[in-house]
Write a protein that binds this ligand. Structure first.
Ligand code: NAP
Length: 248
């Protein structure tokens, strides 16, 4: 463990599995205490908590559906009550509901926009007052290559992820003067439940489009998030693209 983030507190939304879990553990390895948010998978959240505590820092599990404004506000309020502050917010929780635009149900559109895009506003809105008062903050928004290039059957997801990039740029401009940086991380395809759920043929086709010839790992994404919190102090409003060369 290194101690670069010692004494800091990070809230990671959707930290029970996949990329969020890897981010939570990576920040813990560098000394931060972690709030592990999840919505439905309590066992997975417990597993993440144990992995964090093994790094010698504190972990607190908070169940909250961050697509609901009151629950997102409650998540941040609980973090501040229990740990006294939030220094790092990783807006990572996300879902996909893939369907062509013609066939997409209003519910599928709304669920993705609310979970992937609105949750970021709810959590950021709740956390910035404390960050401004203390004169420090690192906000990282988990966007996607799909928000940069678009994709068949993902108009809802692409709109949400592109919205995250635009939100990142606007809030980066608003908050820089308070020593709060806001950055988007735009991973390509990463081997998590979200991608493993795809049909094998689709996975093969996707890998053939990636010059590096494989999916990314959650740990590679987490290293980028950690970099933004440690050495990355001159980055704000950036899109950190890591996609094996699939989109340049
Ligand atoms: P994942 O393995 O499906 O995990 C999703 C996580 O989000 C889980 O911890 C889940 O909690 C949580 N979550 C879902 N809805 C939530 C809600 N309403 N409130 C709170 N937590 C919620 O996904 P992933 O692949 O790690 O993706 C994480 C993020 O990276 C997403 O924003 C995704 O869009 C983005 N991303 C992924 C890829 C990729 O290829 N995997 C590429 C680019 C960007 P439960 O365990 O309780 O369900």
């Amino acid at each position: 463990m290194s101690d670069e983030l010692s004494g800091q507190v990070a809230v990671v939304t959707g930290a029970s599995r996949g990329i969020g879990r890897a981010c939570a553990i990576e920040l813990a390895k560098h000394g931060a205490n972690i709030v592990v948010n999840y919505t439905s998978n309590a066992d997975a959240a417990e597993g993440c908590k144990k992995a964090i505590e093994a790094e010698g820092v504190k972990a607190l599990i908070v169940q909250a559906n961050v697509s609901k404004s009151e629950q997102a506000q409650q998540l941040i309020a609980t973090a501040e009550e229990q740990f006294g502050k939030v220094d790092i917010l990783v807006n990572n929780a996300g879902i996909n509901r893939d369907r062509t635009v013609q066939r997409m149900a209003v519910k599928e559109w709304q669920e993705v926009i609310e979970t992937d895009l609105s949750s970021m506003f709810y959590c950021t809105n709740a956390v910035v007052t404390g960050m401004r008062d203390r004169g420090y903050g690192r906000i990282i928004n988990m966007s996607s290559i799909i928000g940069q290039m678009g994709n068949l059957g993902q108009s809802n997801y692409a709109a949400a992820k592109a919205g995250m990039i635009a939100f990142t740029k606007s809030t980066a401009k608003e908050l820089a003067r308070f020593n709060i940086t806001v950055n988007a991380v735009c991973p390509g395809f990463v081997a998590t439940d979200m991608v493993q759920a795809l049909d094998d043929k689709i996975k093969e086709t996707l890998i053939s489009q990636i010059p590096i010839g494989r999916f990314g790992t959650p740990e590679e994404v987490a290293a980028t998030v950690r970099f933004l919190c440690t050495e990355g102090s001159f980055y704000t409003g950036a899109q950190m693209s890591l996609n094996g060369g699939q989109y340049m």
